[in-house]
Ligand binder design. Structure first.
Ligand SMILES: Cc1cc2nc3c(=O)[nH]c(=O)nc-3n(C[C@H](O)[C@H](O)[C@H](O)COP(=O)(O)O)c2cc1C
Length: 152
């Protein structure tokens, strides 16, 4: 989809109907790796793709998503939260551009079982993803949804 159209069509989807394909996952991970991160220090970040049903069943707040991708960071890094946002946002756009349902997630971070995230990394942000029947068409987004002041 054209970029501006995709940005206006993006929305939180919290109901999923099936696993994503490996090709769809590949496209999402490509988008993650294309994201900007603070100081270009990509080694400070870690992506963990969780698709194992037993592991997912132990997690809460993930809306029964068949795929959860967790973005973790090494401490300390002043820009880590912002970098995590850029990476996860890229992934959501790439997911929904392929017609998948996706949503940002912080609620599930506290329930990630031990041993899933590599040592030395702290989970920051995640994306829940799955197949959806939702359609993605540009939404009317009010320009004052985020208050803006102009200095011209
Ligand atoms: C930092 C951040 C954390 C979020 N955490 C969650 C979450 O844990 N669970 C959830 O259902 N949605 C979560 N969301 C999604 C927001 O609730 C959603 O994006 C917002 O309500 C706007 O809706 P829209 O994405 O459809 O425009 C999060 C969004 C952001 C940016």
């Amino acid at each position: 989809m054209e970029t501006q159209k995709m940005i206006s069509s993006r929305k939180a989807v919290r109901e999923y109907h099936g696993q994503i394909t490996d090709y769809q996952l590949h496209e999402i991970l490509t988008a993650a790796n294309a994201a900007p991160v603070a100081m270009g220090q990509y080694d400070n970040y870690q992506l963990t793709v969780i698709q194992d049903p037993k592991t997912l069943a132990k997690m809460s707040g993930i809306y029964d998503a068949p795929t959860v991708i967790v973005l973790s960071a090494k401490e300390p890094d002043a820009g880590k939260d912002i970098s995590a946002g850029a990476i996860v946002h890229n992934m959501e756009l790439a997911a929904e551009d392929q017609g998948l349902g996706a949503n940002y997630n912080m609620a599930g971070l506290g329930s990630i079982p031990n041993g899933v995230i590599p040592n030395g990394f702290t989970p920051i942000f995640a994306l829940t993803i799955g197949q959806t029947n939702e359609k993605f068409t540009p939404r009317e987004v009010p320009l004052d949804r985020i208050h803006t002041n102009f200095v011209k």
